[in-house]
Design a protein around this ligand. Sequence first.
Ligand SMILES: [Zn+2]
Length: 386
Amino acid sequence: MASPGAIIPISELCIRCTGRIFAMEGHGMSNTERGMSFIQSESSQGRIISSVEPVECAICHGIFTQLDLYASEIIQRLSEFEFSSFLLGSTFPEETINNESLLQGSYGSRGESIKKEFNRELGKIIENKLKKELDRDDPDIMVKIDTRYMKIDFQVKSIYIYGKYRKFNRIMPQTKWIKYSEVKDTIESIIGEKLNMLTGGDLYYLHGAGREDVDVRMLGNGREFIIESCNPRIRKIDLAKMEEMVNSSGKGIEIIDLSLTTRTHVRKIKEEKHAKVYMATVTSDREIEKESFAESISGINGKVIYQRTPLRVSTSRSDLVRERKVMCVSIEDIQKNSARLRIEAEAGVYIKELISGDHGRTNPNLSDLSGMKLIISELDVIEIKR
Ligand SMILES: [Zn+2]
């Protein structure tokens, strides 16, 4: 045995590991062939190089004799997954990697690492047996082999489905939230559970293009989302069936325009900022008089407003003043102390506070402008301008 830090003598290597020292030379040869040819050429010059059996080898310890064993274990465990491409990654003891690199360095660093050869040779066997493609860039399944413990793990690429949702009730949060911990159904859970029934996945995540308040309905053209199914067993999903399963669940949500997408799309929809059109039912502490109310509305119609973070969300968002534009406000209907307003506003306007004033934190606001105490009793998003 070589002492730590010392270079392992080539005589303690098997033929394959000897050949791997020169892996960059002689194309179309296996490392074993390279090893043979090196030993022959040395001996023709009178230098006798001995080699050991693979199990005795100071570098590989015979791991290449176990390739078929690894392959059949991996293939058997992969059988529960539908996939079209895969990639292998392996971990070897640090000592092995260091010893090999020291040894190869002493011969001019013309070799390749044991890891690379192991992944390639194992990959070839699996590729041939399964007729699946090895994909370096974006494999469906990454097979991770820890040779120290003969441990095999899979990293399965999530499935991402893009769509738009509508929500017809005023009780459902988009995702599970501590604040609504008693709420069982969320938009995420309804869509995610149906999706995972089709994929056999274990977890799911909904990535929304923003979110509406729990008590706000999302109507019109719907809100964009991407639902992610983690560790899917099945990758070919019938999207029409998924849409039907969600829409017939009777939970008050509907999904449309589904399509398969990729992880990179998630950030894009989360970053998008769109103006929105709302229908708001505003309730006053007294009867609303149409003419003066219309005049009050002109104080926010087409105006830039300044909103300090609302009290109701101040625990979860940083306290600052936002400058936002309210594009258009019009009266749809007035009935005694209630009015329906159509409000079109830039992304990020807090509509409830635009009406209530939020104790002076939103300026201007319709309560101050009208001299009435106004609140929004019902709010719907009726269009997202995208
Ligand atoms: Zn070896």
